[in-house]
Design a binder for this molecule. Structure first.
Ligand code: HEC
Length: 131
């Protein structure tokens, strides 16, 4: 099921880019339109991230589509556009923990998770946008 959601996310990104292309008259302009979009939000979706999350303790506090102890991943993805800045901020949050963005309950720190792995996790989470 999570795979399907991730796939839908990826497809909608591809579809969005495809839509741009049909509106453009030539390849050069569609390439530049795409480059501008990528500067704002980066491509997300990570099967590796999904796997890493399922192997860690995340799912005891987070579900994709419902709040448990922490916010649902859908809510996290809806709140933060997939920019490099937000990805870096959320990677820090996974590794260092923190609180105050969703309520008083703190997110536990995960010092054993590498920046690379946490980045994959965030890319997966941010691909779960529902709005
Ligand atoms: C002990 C419960 C718990 C565990 C385990 C946990 N989280 Fe969280 N997580 C939370 C809570 C609570 C928040 C909300 C923190 C806040 O209000 O800023 C949160 C917030 C987040 C956020 C949003 C951060 C923000 O600043 O908006 C992300 C992304 C996240 N968690 C990812 C993960 C990942 C990935 C894992 C596994 C490596 C994980 N969490 C494990 C409880 C947990």
């Amino acid at each position: 099921m999570k795979k399907i959601i991730a796939l839908v996310g990826i497809c909608s990104i591809i579809f969005a880019c495809g839509g741009e292309k049909t509106e453009s008259t030539d390849d050069t302009s569609s390439t530049s339109t795409k480059a501008t979009e990528e500067a704002a939000t980066v491509a997300v979706g990570s099967a590796k991230g999904e796997q890493l999350i399922s192997q860690s303790d995340c799912l005891t506090c987070h579900k994709v589509d419902a709040k448990i102890v922490g916010p649902s991943y859908n809510d996290v993805a809806n709140k933060y556009p997939a920019t490099d800045e937000n990805i870096a901020m959320l990677v820090g949050k996974i590794i260092q923990g923190g609180s105050g963005n969703w309520g008083e309950i703190p997110m536990s720190p995960h010092p054993a998770i590498s920046t690379e792995d946490a980045t994959e996790m965030v890319k997966y989470i941010l691909s779960l946008k529902t709005n």
